[in-house]
Design a protein around this ligand. Structure first.
Ligand SMILES: Nc1ncnc2c1ncn2[C@@H]1O[C@H](COP(=O)(O)OP(=O)(O)OP(=O)(O)O)[C@@H](O)[C@H]1O
Length: 297
């Protein structure tokens, strides 16, 4: 039994031919312990889908390594569930055929009750063909297939994007109970940070193909402060993620490197405040396992 669900070391992927210099991901290093629910966030084109595809073994790295459940992604595949952004399924199959295929492909692992319950939650007709389903209904079937596999590691690329609010709530609940009941590690990309707050305990923030923040969310929040005070307050000994001056008032989100000036009041940010501050400030220094000197503040 491993205690590492996902680990990347100097991982990089370049699309296209050599020399084209289109690095989608470069020099990514992080470790995700098992049993976590990890949010993967970042702007469009940051490399989230690429990272998930590498972790699922669908793309070979151009450089560096990635392991899933302490082995190669290909060797881990029977124990890993992956739902890609496009939710690919066989359009000509019915929902019932699709779940039967899941059972055939996962002998000894398949959880009929869970898969059937997820499909039934959407009030879907099992005899309906996949090609007749809406985007959100296809997502539901794709999640039923992934959860029915009872994976140890579940990789989900924007799983909630096309679900209605009730379906989001219900399926997020199904994912959380899978994590709590079976110790499944879930890695989930999303642009809706508010949705991740309260569900996720680990964060991977990507920007321009690099890992900018990686770690336990509680540790990351505790290491930052959202502060306000007089505009004249000097902050330059601290790592400033973003700062703004309005008249005589300064507000900033920073990573303290020592005691804060007494003129400032502040508190740890929420997850949404932290992520938005980093997204608005692409040049702000991040914290990754590859830069341990910056981790403690
Ligand atoms: N098949 C491909 N061929 C060439 N370049 C690609 C391909 N897929 C992605 N890229 C490029 O790789 C980079 C990372 O893309 P990726 O899809 O991983 O980002 P993302 O963070 O998932 O974005 P989004 O939030 O928009 O889904 C982007 O610059 C993109 O243009």
């Amino acid at each position: 039994m491993t205690d590492t669900a996902l680990e990347a070391a100097a991982l990089g992927l370049r699309y296209g031919r050599r020399g084209a210099d289109r690095w989608a991901l470069r020099d990514c290093s992080f470790r995700l312990p098992t049993g976590r629910v990890c949010a993967v966030v970042g702007p469009n084109g940051a490399g989230k889908s690429t990272l998930l595809a590498l972790a699922a073994g669908l793309l070979p790295p151009t450089e560096g390594t990635v392991t899933a459940l302490a082995t190669t992604p290909a060797a881990a595949r029977p124990r890993v569930g992956f739902v890609a952004q496009a939710k690919p399924l066989y359009p000509q199959l019915t929902i019932a055929d699709t779940l039967a295929m899941g059972a055939d492909l996962n002998p000894g692992r398949w959880d009929t009750a869970t898969a059937t319950r997820i499909v039934a939650g959407g009030d879907l007709d099992p005899t309906a063909r996949v090609r007749t389903l809406s985007g959100g209904q296809r997502t539901r079937v794709a999640l039923a297939l992934a959860l029915g596999k009872r994976p140890e590691l579940l990789l989900l690329d924007e799983p909630m994007a096309d679900l209605d609010p009730l379906a989001r709530h219900e399926l997020m609940g199904a994912l959380m109970s899978q994590a709590a009941g079976h110790g499944t590690t879930i890695v989930m990309s999303s642009h809706v940070v508010a949705e991740l707050e309260g569900s996720c305990d680990h964060l991977l923030l990507l920007g321009a193909g690099q890992v900018r923040l990686a770690g336990e969310i509680d540790d990351l929040l505790a290491a930052h402060r959202r502060v306000q005070g007089p505009a004249s307050t000097a902050l330059d000994t601290h790592q400033i993620v973003e700062s703004r001056t309005t008249g005589r008032q300064l507000t900033a989100l920073l990573r303290p490197t020592g005691p804060l000036p007494g003129a400032l009041t502040g508190a740890p940010p929420t997850l949404e405040e932290l992520v938005l501050a980093y997204l608005r400030s692409p040049q702000a220094p991040g914290t990754t396992p590859a830069a341990p000197g910056k981790a403690a503040a």
